[in-house]
Design a protein around this ligand. Structure first.
Ligand code: B4P
Length: 195
């Protein structure tokens, strides 16, 4: 199985690139951001809890996100592999993911991290906020709060996978097509090893 984590700060292109990757490689796409927005839009108790954090630019509590992810994995027991987009975002989430995958006799193959300067992240998210209706893209203050959360809580996840040689940086500040090409180069080399 090919199990990828698409990693990077808010606005680095994780969701955008995931769509292209699943079309080309046939992996199951698991985006915790999308799952949470879906829960919010249908008004579940989980969604109501998550919304309070998302609208302030904060991460949703680990137990909420880990429970949600575990349920989704159970829905897709057979797959060529997964692409995790926006998960794990904390050390506790990465430990939980490693355990959930090992129960399925598999593991993370590689973490691909999109590297984009902070000013470009803010520019992209403010641009998306003009049309997305997403409360977390509404203003620069919330966007900066999300980036602070990333540095405080999510960067340690990179260290966790770097220690076991599974972390790779990919330049993410070019066009969508340029970034996709760089990602494909990495993924093709992983597919070649798996074959
Ligand atoms: P996410 O949905 O994961 O949102 P994101 O970090 O903004 O990334 P996204 O994938 O949407 O954007 P992308 O970079 O592709 O999370 C939202 C919130 O949910 C979090 O802040 C948190 O509160 C909560 N949450 C989610 N997962 C969680 C977890 N595991 N634990 C706790 N809380 C969690 O794209 C951004 C914009 O840039 C788009 O408009 C796109 O078109 C544009 N863009 C992309 N690539 C570009 C390029 N190369 N050039 C120009 N523009 C580009």
């Amino acid at each position: 199985m090919l199990n990828l984590i698409l990693f990077g700060p808010p606005g680095s292109g994780k969701g955008t690139q995931s769509q292209l990757v699943i079309e080309k490689y046939g992996l199951i796409h698991i985006s915790t951001g999308e799952l949470l927005r879906n829960e919010i839009s249908i008004g579940t108790p989980l969604g109501q809890e998550a919304e309070q954090f998302i609208q302030k630019g904060q991460l949703v509590p680990d137990e909420v996100v880990i429970g949600m992810l575990s349920t989704v994995l159970e829905k897709h027991p057979r797959s060529k592999g997964y692409i995790f987009d926006g998960f794990p975002r904390t050390a506790a989430q990465s430990e939980a993911l490693d355990k959930l995958l090992s129960l399925r006799k598999t593991a993370i193959t590689k973490v691909l991290s999109l590297e984009v300067p902070e000013d470009e992240l803010v520019r992209r998210l403010l641009e998306r906020g003009k049309t997305s209706g997403r409360v977390d893209d509404a203003n620069e203050e919330i966007i900066r709060a999300r980036i602070v959360e990333y540095h405080n809580k999510t960067v340690p996840v990179a260290d966790h996978y770097a220690r076991v040689g599974k972390f790779k940086k990919v330049k993410g500040d070019g066009t969508i097509e340029e970034t996709f090409e760089l990602l494909c180069n990495e993924i093709d080399s992983l597919v070649a090893v798996e074959a």
